[in-house]
Write a protein that binds this ligand. Structure first.
Ligand SMILES: [Zn+2]
Length: 350
């Protein structure tokens, strides 16, 4: 892959717009409007924009059951409207889902090979709910899990920190890496929201015990709650794990302006989070971050926060951001529970 003077690349393919969900909150307009914002506000001065190939069937089978893949192809080909659990589809959805997965793979390839230090796959359908054999929660193939598997299989990456910032728990990612210590999955999500998974006690199994970290935050958690979770759980875990690569489920539905997520992060809170992700990557992983777009259902909020993320990760961020204020009492209680449960594996919590 040719190198660039820029630190960050954005992968986007208009084929992802062909996944026509007919007025659903997860619709082509989310992505189209985001690209418009990036075009209008000078994103390409600091980032490269590239197209990418679809994932191959063999790529998909590194995470998914081949029978499931064939079933998706068949159902989409017949023009069914839904792929089961809350996942709309059309005739083009199989192709779009292969493209979305391909964007995630391109993002990993570009950062692991050193072509770029950061990569963002602006793709849809999203991925983090998809199970090995089932579509779920608007997701068909599990883009972030495919990205992590690519890093493991093709590049031999041994320690991947996968940070899930979406307002919902990434149950698919959890399931896929539940017994794998090579992927430390940390999810910040709203307690009792879809798909009602992500409990503190689910810490992984076998050799993967302690490598699944769920932080279920109360309804309407905001900047101070996320900061507390970061400072008390994520940052110490990252220091103990020392990842070689940071992957991010970039979900924007935890923003106060999102119609679905039920959280209260502000633009400033998101910027702070992206800066902290960068700090972890710079400290332990040679600055390497590959992110895939997950949720975010207010196109205006999505566009301007994706732009802010690109600016942060391009090294063109503004001055330091301080998040003040105290977390909710319930948040502090959850964080104590997480420390207690994860303290069985991680001495930083003892
Ligand atoms: Zn979500």
């Amino acid at each position: 892959m040719q190198t660039s003077s820029k630190d960050i690349v954005v992968y986007y393919h208009p084929g992802c717009l062909e996944h026509n969900t007919r007025g659903h909150v997860e619709n082509p307009g989310r992505l189209a409007q985001t690209i418009d914002v990036l075009n209008s506000f000078g994103a390409w001065k600091v980032a490269d924009l590239r197209g990418h190939a679809p994932a191959s069937e063999d790529d998909i089978d590194t995470v998914h059951n081949p029978h499931y893949r064939l079933r998706v192809r068949d159902l989409c080909g017949r023009g069914v409207g839904m792929l089961g659990n809350s996942t709309p589809a059309c005739r083009q959805s199989y192709k779009a889902a292969l493209l979305a997965a391909g964007g995630a793979l391109a993002a990993v390839d570009s950062v692991v090979t050193g072509a770029y230090r950061r990569a963002l796959a602006l793709v849809r359908p999203p991925g983090h709910h998809a199970l090995p054999d089932m579509a779920m929660g608007f997701c068909i193939f599990n883009n972030p899990a495919l990205a992590a598997r690519r890093a493991q299989l093709r590049y031999g990456v041994k320690k991947i920190l996968l940070l899930d910032l979406d307002a919902h728990h990434g149950n698919g990612v959890e399931r896929i890496f539940y017994s794998d210590p090579g992927v430390l999955y940390c999810s910040l999500h709203r307690d009792f929201s879809y798909p009602v998974t992500g409990w503190v006690e689910k810490t992984g199994e076998g050799r993967g015990r302690g490598y699944n970290v769920n932080i279920p935050l109360p309804l309407r958690s905001g900047d101070a709650d996320y900061r507390a979770a970061w400072d008390e759980i994520i940052a110490p875990l990252a220091a103990a794990y020392r990842p070689e690569l940071v992957l991010v489920c970039a979900g924007f539905d935890a923003h106060a302006g999102d119609p679905v997520g039920g959280m209260n992060l502000t633009d400033r809170g998101y910027e702070w989070l992206f800066r902290e992700v960068l700090a972890i990557a710079e400290k332990y992983a040679g600055g390497k971050i590959a992110a895939t777009l997950e949720g975010g259902y207010n196109p205006e909020v999505l566009g301007r926060n994706v732009l802010a993320m690109i600016r942060q990760w391009s090294g063109n961020a503004g001055s330091e951001i301080k998040i003040t204020g105290k977390p909710k009492k319930e948040t502090s209680q959850v964080l104590e529970e997480v420390k207690k449960v994860q303290g069985e594996t991680w001495s930083c919590f003892k």
